[in-house]
Design a protein around this ligand. Structure first.
Ligand SMILES: Nc1ncnc2c1ncn2[C@@H]1O[C@H](COP(=O)(O)OP(=O)(O)O)[C@@H](O)[C@H]1O
Ligand SMILES: [Mg+2]
Length: 258
């Protein structure tokens, strides 16, 4: 089978950043996730696709501690059992999540939104290092550059387009310097131009962060150029390069061909 070809490069539990095995969860008797196994290597960006209801968002809920699995293993960094931790503890480990709906502070400037995110990290994680305002400013400038809002820094966040708000929220997530970013349907509601920009932005972020991104836009997925996992009915239907999974008959049947 096609997935067997890639199994030689699949990292083991100890060499993985994120390791899910045999994970299941039911809601009122309905099995939303069934025997899900997924391994993300340190530094990897992975794209997740699959039909509505496949369990993509529920998988993110399990990783972030919002939903507790009924069965299975969920390990971070090779040795931390995420099923024993609550949402705040998991966030503090360095797992950041971007929800579909942006939640920026509309009545603050773009720059202040990033600054607030930096500060909140400091309070939550009680960092031991005293950083100068200058270091903060450098970090803010860097993040504004990555999210392409440097020229708009003094504008109120509320004046941004939907797509720009998504970027700002990604920037706020970056301010927390997560080891792993979970991004759920970032291109939803974006223009084609914004979608293309978002792919560029995520590729830049993936240079020094691990990323799991769920998206339906196939042009966007192609642009990312990373390994793709296809979820269907709560488990992995196929995994591999986009061209390979796109040629898989079952994937065409349940998702691409609809
Ligand atoms: N909290 C919940 N209570 C009941 N059913 C849920 C809950 N969360 C998700 N589901 C169900 O689990 C399935 C997977 O949903 P979801 O993870 O949102 O899919 P996706 O993100 O792939 O579209 C769906 O059938 C959905 O209705
Ligand atoms: Mg979803």
């Amino acid at each position: 089978m096609s997935t067997a070809l890639m199994s030689t490069s699949t990292p083991t539990l100890t060499s993985s950043l994120l390791y899910l095995d045999g994970v299941s969860v039911s809601f009122d008797g309905f099995k939303a996730i069934r025997g899900l196994s997924l391994v993300i290597a340190p530094g990897e960006m992975r794209a997740i696709i699959g039909p509505n209801g496949a369990g993509k968002t529920t998988m993110m809920d399990i990783i972030t501690g919002k939903t507790r699995p009924d069965a299975g293993t969920v390990m971070f960094g090779g040795s931390v059992d995420l099923t024993r931790l609550d949402e705040a503890a998991i966030a503090n480990l360095g797992i950041g999540r971007k929800f579909q709906k942006p939640t920026v502070f509309d009545f603050h400037t773009i720059e202040d939104n990033i600054l607030l995110a930096l500060k909140s990290k400091r309070t939550v994680r009680r960092t031991l290092f005293w950083k100068t305002a200058n270091a903060d400013q450098k970090r803010i400038d860097h993040i504004l550059g990555v999210i392409k809002l440097g020229d708009a820094r003094a504008r109120l966040a509320g004046s941004l387009s939907h797509g720009q708000k998504q970027w700002l929220e990604i920037g706020m997530l970056l301010a927390q310097d997560p080891k792993l970013l979970l991004v759920d349907e970032p291109a939803a509601g974006m223009t084609d131009g914004e979608t293309a920009e978002t792919a560029v932005l995520l590729k830049e972020i993936a240079r020094d962060h691990s990323v799991i991104v769920v998206e339906h836009d196939m042009g966007f997925i192609r642009e990312l150029g990373v390994k793709v996992t296809v979820l269907h009915e709560g488990s992995v239907l196929a995994e591999g390069p986009l061209d390979q999974v796109s040629a898989n008959e079952r994937v065409v049947e349940v998702y691409l061909g609809r």
